[in-house]
Design a protein around this ligand. Sequence first.
Ligand SMILES: Nc1ncnc2c1ncn2[C@@H]1O[C@H](COP(=O)(O)OP(=O)(O)OP(=O)(O)O)[C@@H](O)[C@H]1O
Ligand SMILES: [Mg+2]
Length: 241
Amino acid sequence: MNERASAGAIIEVRDLRKTYGHGSAAVHALRGVNLRVQPGEFVSIVGPSGSGKSTLFHIIGGLTPPTAGSVVVAGEDISAIGDSGRTKLRRESVSFVFQKFNLLPNLTAADNIRVALSISGRPIDGFQKDFEEILRMLGISERLTHKPSELSGGEQQRVAIARALATRPAILLADEPTGNLDSRNSLAVLKILRSLNDRFGQTILMITHSSEAAQYGHHIVHMSDGCITERSAVVPPGDAI
Ligand SMILES: Nc1ncnc2c1ncn2[C@@H]1O[C@H](COP(=O)(O)OP(=O)(O)OP(=O)(O)O)[C@@H](O)[C@H]1O
Ligand SMILES: [Mg+2]
């Protein structure tokens, strides 16, 4: 994980554009996005459906290439790298958490985490103690022998977060992580994300439709029609007048 104090942006997006399809079927999902994120920041991203939030994540996370613009993630310019470079990025620097948990149904929680580790090829040695603390924070240490169907939605999402963090990503991209959860489980997941950020300086970008959930970040980035329209700081409750 990253030291909050380290210099320079961990994500630097400049004039990013993404067009899906061609000609009359073209969809301009991103129309010139600029975004800087410092190591250790927790940034919430809000905006209407179709405004390009997930597309931005997919590009930062190396799932899809941009059409134009520059994207530097964890020191690497990923706008020009090919498929193998993007695979390396996903293995080494960036992890996703999705609305639908996306756990492998036939594997236990522990094996879901192990599979992610073995695909990444990153050893957990040296990180074992911190990871055990993360599992305790997530409250799933006792549930690791269970399969996803034997876990509640909230527990499944907490396993998905553990899986995402096991590879020690520089950046955690959470795309509506509370979208499938009731208010109690949503609150638990949001508090955990904030604690991971506070305790380990984990850089987090989180897409949410909930203005309350967005308050768990340090900053809120507003997207509309493929552009960032506003970036505002979250005022901690004690500082509000
Ligand atoms: N693979 C794709 N092929 C074609 N168009 C796509 C593709 N993915 C997204 N789009 C289009 O790009 C635009 C932005 O989509 P995106 O999924 O980034 O929005 P979003 O802000 O995440 O929306 P939501 O809040 O509904 O998840 C939408 O018009 C969408 O239909
Ligand atoms: Mg989306």
